[in-house]
Design a protein. Structure first.
Length: 111
């Protein structure tokens, strides 16, 4: 079955595993929270080679970072419908959201 709706992995940071905060997209195309990728690259400053935590592509010099307005707006839209972070939802709620693109409406007691 084809999945509809938003796949959480596409709007989540692979460093902190939460929804993107101040999202930036680095030259290889992967996206991270601004502070997460800055912290990762700060740890690589001694080597003067900066890499993507996912694909390991290296960048020399350290790329500049600008907030991705489109991703930021998407994350904000999702927050408005109640999707805050993975911890707030049971696996079945996440599956409903990812497959059907709708928020689970069952009482919070099933979490």
């Amino acid at each position: 079955m084809a999945q509809r709706g938003v796949q959480l992995e596409k709007i989540s940071c692979s460093i902190c595993l939460d929804l993107l905060k101040d999202p930036v997209t680095i030259p290889c195309g992967h996206s991270y929270c601004m502070n997460c990728i800055k912290g990762h690259w700060d740890g690589e400053d001694r080597m003067e080679v900066h890499s993507c935590p996912q694909c390991r592509k290296e960048f020399i010099p350290r790329p500049g970072l600008e907030k991705s307005i489109m991703l930021a707006e998407l994350v904000e839209d999702l927050k408005e419908i109640g999707l805050q972070s993975r911890e707030n939802f049971s696996p079945s709620c996440l599956m409903v959201f990812e497959i059907f693109g709708v928020r689970c409406t069952l009482p919070q007691t099933h979490l």
